[in-house]
Design a protein around this ligand. Structure first.
Ligand code: ZN
Length: 157
């Protein structure tokens, strides 16, 4: 990676760290999820408003290092107005990117500022920081989907 590119990526990350996006709280959130990364001390609270299997609003509140905060901020921009299958796919691609793994869909994703996080794969201790918001997001969506299924099956009986 060239020095210029590295500087650009650092500027993007620091901008998200100083001015995190998606901080506005959601009154009637469908999904609430919390996550911690004990190895660094990062903590995140994330909520979503879901309508018709689509993310309508995202709220992210992250306390931690620049990488974890920036990753949560970028997440809030990327997943809004996406349907849940797309969100899961994006999360999978992000995971592959951060771990330096091959992913057939990696080239297809509109990366936006996410690109700035790809240097993280060279710093294994930081990968968990960058992944925290994404794993918290998927855990929240999956437990919400499971409880929805439960409600549907109990009302049907
Ligand atoms: Zn961290």
């Amino acid at each position: 990676m060239s020095d210029n590119l590295r500087d650009l990526y650092r500027d993007i990350i620091m901008d998200h760290y100083r001015y995190p996006r998606g901080k506005k709280e959601i009154d009637d959130a469908s999904v609430k999820s919390e996550g911690k990364n004990p190895s660094c001390g990062d903590e995140i609270k994330l909520s979503l408003k879901i309508d018709d299997d689509r993310v309508k609003e995202v709220s992210v509140s992250c306390q931690g290092c620049a990488i974890s905060v920036a990753s949560g901020s970028i997440l809030s921009e990327l997943v809004v107005e996406k349907d849940l299958d797309e969100v899961k796919k994006i999360a999978r691609i992000v995971k592959s990117m951060l771990k330096g793994e091959e992913d057939p869909d990696l080239g297809k994703l509109e990366m936006g500022d996410l690109e700035a996080l790809q240097g993280v794969k060279d710093f294994p201790v930081r990968i968990k920081c960058a992944l925290l918001s994404w794993t918290t997001l998927i855990e929240g969506i999956e437990s919400w989907q499971n409880s929805e299924e439960f409600e549907v099956s109990t009302t049907e009986n």
